[in-house]
Design a protein around this ligand. Structure first.
Ligand SMILES: N[C@H](CCC[C@H](N)C(=O)O)C(=O)O
Length: 286
C-alpha cells in the first residue's frame, strides 16, 4: 500500500509533498517531517508539505513543516511546489487560492513559472546594527510570511566567502529576534541591479539553496537600501531566478508577488515497513 509522495524543489529548496486531504497526517506531521526529511534514512528534504482541504473559498491548504519538525507559517518555494502539485492532482487548473497559516495566497501557473500573490508584509523595522562574530551588520527585518532579517554585503565575493552557517545561526537565535527566531538572509547587488543571496533558514537550522520568502524580504529591503524598483531579480544558490514584484507607498509595501520555478523530481510510495520502523504507523498496519 504505502504512502504516496512527491519529491519537488524550487531553486534547490526541496520538499516531500504529501496529498493529505484526509487529514490523516496532520497530527503526526512533526514526526513525519523529522523522519522523512532525513537525507540518509529518509527521502530527504528541507521540509514536508501536506496538501489539505481548503476552507472559506480556498481550493486547498498548504501545511508546511521544516525538516526539524518546526511548523513554518509560509514557505515561498514550497508554495510554488504545492501549487504545481495541486494542478497535477487536479485540484486546480492553472490558477487557484491556497490557504496557509500566513493567510490566503492566490497563485497562477504560467508556463514554467508560478506566481504567488504574497500576504502583506508585516513588522518591518528600521535597520538594527548588530555585531556578530566581531563583524558589524545592519539588519533589515521584515515578516514576509515568516520572520526574516536581511543583511547586504558590499561585494559578491564577500557574500560567497561568508560563513553563512556560523553567522546565520547566531542571528537565528539572537535575543533581538526572540521568541520567534528569524531566517537570516545575506545578499549582494550585481551591476545589473539584480541580487545574489544566501540564507540560513529557521527550522532547517542550516543554509539552504534558496528561500522564497527570504527572496521577497531581500527584494523589499533592496528598495529601502538602494531604491530598487520592482521587479527585483534574485539569484539563489540553487539556480533558477526569483522575481519579486511590489508597489510601495507611504503606507508601506503592497501587491507583493513572488514568481519562480517549481519542479517535480519523482513520485512514488513510502513503504509501510519504513513508516512502521520509524514509529509513524503501527507495525500491524504495515
Ligand atoms: N524556514 C522558514 C519556512 C520556509 C521558508 C523558505 N523555505 C521559503 O521558501 O520561504 C521558517 O520556518 O521560518
Amino acid at each position: 500500500m504505502g504512502l504516496k509522495f512527491a519529491r519537488m524543489h524550487g531553486c534547490g529548496n526541496d520538499f516531500v509533498v504529501i496529498d493529505d486531504r484526509t487529514g490523516a497526517w496532520h497530527a503526526r506531521r512533526e514526526a513525519l517531517a523529522r523522519e522523512i526529511c532525513d537525507r540518509r534514512r529518509g527521502l530527504g528534504g528541507d521540509g514536508l508539505i501536506l496538501i489539505q482541504p481548503g476552507r472559506d473559498g480556498a481550493d486547498f491548504r498548504m501545511t508546511y513543516v521544516n525538516r526539524t519538525g518546526m511548523d513554518g507559517e509560509m514557505c515561498g518555494n514550497g508554495a510554488r511546489c504545492t501549487v504545481l502539485r495541486a494542478a497535477q492532482l487536479g485540484l486546480i487548473r492553472s490558477a487557484g487560492l491556497m490557504a496557509t497559516d500566513a493567510g490566503p495566497i492566490r497563485a497562477a501557473i504560467d508556463g514554467s513559472a508560478i506566481t504567488l500573490q504574497m500576504t502583506p508584509p508585516m513588522d518591518e523595522r528600521p535597520p538594527l546594527r548588530l555585531d556578530i562574530a566581531g563583524q558589524p551588520f545592519d539588519c533589515y527585518t521584515i515578516d514576509t510570511g515568516v520572520p526574516h532579517v536581511v543583511i547586504f554585503l558590499d561585494e559578491e565575493a564577500a557574500l560567497e566567502a561568508l560563513d553563512v552557517d556560523g553567522v546565520g545561526r547566531i542571528l537565528r537565535h539572537h535575543a533581538a529576534f526572540a521568541p520567534r527566531g528569524v531566517n537570516a538572509n545575506f545578499a549582494a547587488r550585481r551591476g545589473d541591479g539584480s541580487f545574489r543571496m544566501r540564507t540560513y533558514e529557521r527550522g532547517v537550522e542550516m543554509e539552504t539553496l534558496a528561500c522564497g520568502t527570504g527572496a521577497v524580504a531581500v527584494g523589499l529591503m533592496a528598495h529601502r537600501r538602494f531604491g530598487s524598483d520592482a521587479p527585483v531579480l534574485i539569484h539563489p544558490t540553487g539556480g533558477g531566478l526569483l522575481r519579486i514584484g511590489f508597489r510601495v507607498s507611504a503606507e508601506g509595501f503592497s501587491d507583493v508577488t513572488l514568481a519562480g520555478p517549481a519542479e517535480l523530481i519523482a513520485e512514488g510510495d513510502i513503504a509501510d515497513g519504513w513508516l512502521a520502523n520509524h514509529g509513524l504507523i503501527s507495525a500491524s498496519a504495515s
